[in-house]
Design a protein around this ligand. Structure first.
Ligand code: PSV
Ligand code: MN
Length: 430
């Protein structure tokens, strides 16, 4: 196991910043109190916020063109968990890891569970992978998996999802997320209705294997790897399927999986209203499914999504219990740094959304005052909640400035001997 960054090291790094933080926190507290907001209440909520880290996110990502390996990359699920524990030790909002199978499968999955227990990490949703063929696979997924025209191929994909549920049971997970890359590249290549019927047939078989306390999350995506049509292409198809399947099926929103400029916060509101919101794969994008760091391009959109989520939380919307997860690919940054800043960015949006003066917003909406309604949201978004997030981290034993602390610890350099450089520089998503 890699040498973790110790609590003492984090505490020492914090010492030099505590006085400034106390002053900043006090000033902000005073200012917020003028609007009737008690800063400690907000800080306590920010403290219990949590967003899961994807196991594949700690590896250096790549594009279709190339992958440029980084220093001391994790080579297996155990080393990925080590990196996840570094992230958690700094930011204290990422106690869960979401594994991807078969990438993270080992012969005895109890070893993975024990290893995570030792690191105080637990497991969020398990993710199946039928968008790649595995070595020795009897039938190929080149032309589809759960929706393939050939039943034997569909059966392989169904069985893989059932295997994922079983691995997830060992890990203590309660959710399987299903994303398929199935679709077509040419008009006429695929019968749209037939493909969706086959999808539902396959998903019914998977659904039947869910333990009583499990859920299945359906993830849609507009395009890629299929470039003309994708079977589960948007939230409409997604929620129709979730409704067809039953109460344990929910629709997951990956922020990169929509057409440009789609109003994602409105999709979120609709899914909440009909009790079908599974949760999120947070990331950001400029052009398509870019998998950029959360909040790096559209922080206001991320805030507006949380505005809907906090609205539902405050009014106690029935069945509202979304799962939060990051899903990003880090091609040019240290994945640990990107995941830390992304987790904090998502926590920031949540905290800003807690600042919204909801009674005033409702009055402006009812009074048809468009300008002031919009300004009410802007006021919350423009509040610098940094001292609240820093204080929440400090009180949880994390780092006031996680990136600076992580850099000072020279983690990658220290473990380079244990993790020889990965030779491959080929392309790939993980
Ligand atoms: C597909 O683009 C996706 O968003 C799905 O969540 C996959 O499981 C993940 O990325 C990793 O490829
Ligand atoms: Mn995703």
């Amino acid at each position: 196991m890699s040498q973790p960054i110790s609590d003492e090291f984090i505490n020492e790094a914090n010492v030099a910043q505590i006085d400034n933080l106390n002053r900043d926190y006090e000033n902000l507290g005073e200012k917020l109190l003028r609007s009737g907001i008690i800063i400690d209440d907000i800080m306590e909520k920010a403290k219990v916020f949590s967003v899961a880290v994807p196991s594949w996110g700690v590896g250096t990502g790549g594009t279709r063109f190339a992958r440029f390996p980084g220093l001391s990359e994790p080579r297996n699920i155990f080393e990925k968990l080590d990196d996840c524990s570094i992230i958690q030790s700094m930011v204290k909002v990422t106690p869960e890891v979401s594994p991807h199978f078969p990438w993270d499968v080992v012969e005895d999955m109890t070893e993975v569970k024990d290893y995570a227990d030792n690191l105080n990490l637990s497991f969020a949703s398990v993710n199946s992978n039928t968008f790649q063929d595995q070595p020795g696979q009897a039938k190929s997924f080149k032309y589809g998996s759960l929706t393939h025209t050939d039943k034997q191929t569909r059966d392989i994909a169904i069985q893989h999802n059932i295997d994922c549920i079983n691995w997830g049971k060992t890990l203590g997970s309660k959710v399987i997320t299903v994303w398929i890359g199935d679709g077509s590249n040419f008009p006429g290549q695929q019968n749209f209705t037939g493909a969706l019927e086959r999808y539902l047939g396959s998903m019914r078989e998977i659904y039947a294997e869910l333990p009583d306390d499990w859920k299945v999350f359906i993830e849609h995506k507009m395009f890629e790897p299929a470039f003309y049509s994708t079977v589960i292409q948007d939230w409409g198809t997604n929620v129709l399927c979730a409704m067809e399947l039953g109460d344990k099926a929910y629709s997951l929103v990956d922020l990169g999986h929509h057409a440009p400029n789609v109003n994602i916060e409105m999709i979120v509101a609709r899914l909440i209203q009909f009790k079908k919101l599974a949760g999120f794969h947070f990331n950001d994008s400029k052009y398509g499914d870019d998998d950029l760091d959360s909040g790096s391009i559209h922080p206001y959109q991320q805030f507006l999504i949380f505005n809907e989520l906090v609205d539902a939380e405050m009014r106690g919307a029935e069945g509202f219990a979304p799962d939060y997860m990051l899903d990003q690919s880090h091609n040019v940054t240290d994945p640990i740094e990107s995941l830390m800043t992304s987790a904090m960015s998502v926590q920031r949006s949540y905290t800003q959304a807690l600042m919204v003066d909801r009674p005033s917003l409702a009055d402006y909406q009812n009074g048809c005052d468009a300008l002031m309604a919009s300004q009410t949201l802007k006021d919350a978004f423009e509040t610098d909640v940094t001292p609240i997030l820093q204080m929440a981290r400090l009180n949880s034993g994390g780092a006031i400035d996680p990136v600076a602390c992580y850099r000072a610890a020279e983690y990658r350099k220290n473990i380079a001997g244990e993790r020889p450089a990965v030779q491959s520089s080929g392309s790939g998503i993980v």
